[in-house]
Write a protein that binds this ligand. Structure first.
Ligand SMILES: [Zn+2]
Length: 197
């Protein structure tokens, strides 16, 4: 007898995992996907093409846990490809949703998938380096059935950090909204220690 095959769900949901950098969003996402896999559900994970930090086909947590991922483009065509590829699965994970274009339709498609008796887990950065909400994150939070709001530890004082401070050569800095690679680094900061322009 098979106890752990739960192919069809009675109802779907959209779960959003949000917080600043270093708050463990990807780790939480992978833990939740692993749980679903143990429950016998078909799980797929998507990541944005722009994020090459850990190679093309895996998502790795800071603790070193790896999961195979399908890389899709961050435009409307990529969202269509994601929707098509997701049709064979009960559980859909999306890492780093803030990288998708604001007019890509990602939020609407994930909402639609959740309404077709499937579970969507999506991680997204809460705010940009200026402390402004990402458009995609704002609407994902509005669409969400469930929100996991994570915090990091402020690098200056140890309080709960909800902001991501961008540093260039150790100095708080401003610049383009999304920068990958290069010499900049990010620090989680609390409300008191976060420096705005
Ligand atoms: Zn602080």
């Amino acid at each position: 007898m098979v106890y752990f095959t739960k192919k069809a769900l009675n109802i779907g949901k959209l779960v959003v995992i949000t917080g600043p950098m270093f708050s463990g969003k990807t780790s939480r996402l992978i833990e939740l996907l692993e749980r679903e896999r143990f429950a016998g559900r078909k799980v797929v994970l998507f990541k944005p093409e722009i994020d090459k930090r850990y190679g093309e086909a895996t998502v790795k947590t800071h603790k070193g846990i790896e999961l195979d991922a399908t890389v899709v483009r961050t435009n409307a065509a990529g969202v269509k490809a994601l929707e098509k590829a997701a049709s064979d699965y009960n559980v859909i994970g999306v890492d780093e949703a803030q990288f998708w274009d604001e007019n890509s339709g990602l939020e609407e498609v994930l909402d639609k998938i959740a309404s077709s008796k499937r579970i969507v887990y999506v991680s997204t950065l809460n705010k940009d380096y200026k402390g402004r909400p990402f458009g995609i994150s704002e609407s994902l939070l509005a669409y969400a059935d469930e929100i996991h709001s994570l915090t990091a530890v402020c690098t200056k004082c140890g309080e709960e950090a909800v902001f991501s401070q961008r540093m260039i050569d150790g100095v708080e800095e401003s610049g383009p909204r999304i920068v990958i690679g290069g010499k900049e680094a990010y620090q989680p900061r609390c409300r008191n220690c976060f420096m705005r322009d």
